[in-house]
Write a protein that binds this ligand. Sequence first.
Ligand code: ZN
Length: 627
Amino acid sequence: MAQFARWLPSDMMNRMGEDRMSRGVAVLALAAVPALHLSLAACSSAPEGSHETPADLVVMNADVHTVDAAAPRAQAFAVREGRFMAVGGDAEVRALIGPETEVRDAGGATVVPGFIDGHVHFGSGTSLVRGVDLTGIPSKQEWLRIIAAKAEQLPDGAWIVGGRWDHTLEGGEFPGKQDLDAVTPANPVVLSDIDGHTSWANSLAMKIAGITNDTPDPPGGRILRDPETGEPTGIFLESGGLIGRHVPDLTERERLEARRDTLRFANSVGITMAHDMAGAATLDDYLRLLEGGELSVRIWFGTYASVDTIAGVVALRDRVAASVAEIEQFDAGGRAARSGRRVARSGESRAESGGSGRGPLLRVGYIKLLIDGVLSSRTAAMLAPYADDATETGLPRRSQEELDELVAACNAAGFPVAIHAIGDRGVRMALDAFEASQARHRLLLPNRIEHNEVVDPADLPRYAELGVLASMNPHHCITGIDKYNTARLGPERASWSFPWGKLRDAGATLVFGSDWATAPLAPLEHLYAATLREKPGGGPAGGWYPEHRLTWDEALRAYTLAPAEASGYGNELGSIEPGKWADFVIFDGALPEPLDRSMLELKVEATYVAGRPVYELANEARSAGTR
Ligand SMILES: [Zn+2]
């Protein structure tokens, strides 16, 4: 019931109002009388009697952005048994240092709550983690250096996969097979481009796939060829599958390794929890990682369903919950035994050890549905035709009746629904379906719309009225600036697109996520997009439709506390507050104030989940040095 009340629209608006007010006051207080503010924060947040119990870990001399509206900034915090025990000034927190306490001096660097990626597809990014990741790198020479380094690590004949190269960042000319042949003569290579519609292969890969001058273009695709010789150049437009289907499937061991490495990669950019969307098969791998103590990102899982398969998702949710409880009980027994305590019955051990000792780790939480496509290919469902194609409005994938029925069935089964809706027609259909369902079913967690790239102004207030979350991916906005956004939409609708600021003003709760692997995974890249709204390489100065820019605090909340609340963990995760699980990120320097592009140069120095490090930059540097 408490959870339900947390996101009721009226409550949500009150909370946002309070947040903004207290933020204003706090910033003033911090500038004018820092000592007073910090000691107040410490007094109000240090639990009674905590000074007698030393901390396990203390982080000091930090620029802490807490995402706690009551005390947004601090210098230090203390952690005990996996949870924050006090947050405040260096002096107050120093009092909690005992002989066994680990003390970490952040050297003035910025510290934030662990990032919660509100929309990610870990499964589709594994080829980047296993292979090469060329995201955001403009120079072909640098791509080839990375690819050559990968080839060094692999035995001859092993495939090199991954990609996300973008030839428009420099020069605009497609690379060719000969570029790859020069650095990878013994390994077949196939690399997809930034939006996955084009692939780039070397001669060995093409030989394995049997591609010759005589291979015809597949339906809907095109093999680029030398105009004189007719020889394929190595570039496959909408036809990468000709090569890709020859890449061997991973063995089970390789697949588990790939999942573990993917989660570690997420830790390396500061992610401690994710709303991951994939097929149900992924869950068994996650359970195995959990069993081995290697699930280093908390997973709130969403999967697709139809009216006929909802019962199966309910069974899956229950099966996963039972398995997780069993693993936690086993772990708790082990901990109690190690610390010399009597192994308690499950209820007692839970109270004694605080559940898993690491907080919520894996749950099947929601159902994902699609209503339309994307703007770039004009498949997003629009209320009016595309500006650059008067015959096209994009077709919704289901009728309103079908969507209504499916949403109601999911809500009736206790699942919140996340609907992929990009065009203004898709968004309206999703809101209509939620309105109809919510009149009949009471939810424990809010329904949500994914992407919300174009929202008709008439629909902006409906998010707050219905308590529907706006789950958005800021980087998708900035990669389309000067590329296709305005061309597809025309100037009026372009001004309503990616409307973070207008949604905020209308009282909507924003949840941010990466939508990796279609955009970079690093939250900092998305926070750059959300706050500056400039292209990946910078500009236009002041931002593209700057009325939609968010403040750092607003954007950070959307990447931490808001997704924690969306998954029902708002009281346990998402901010640096006493009593919450100690998930946090230490950067290698302080965030620039005022914000500018240099924020992208910050690296994650360390990531902690439940008070334990899951990533340390220093270790990476050391192991790279000895490799
Ligand atoms: Zn997605």
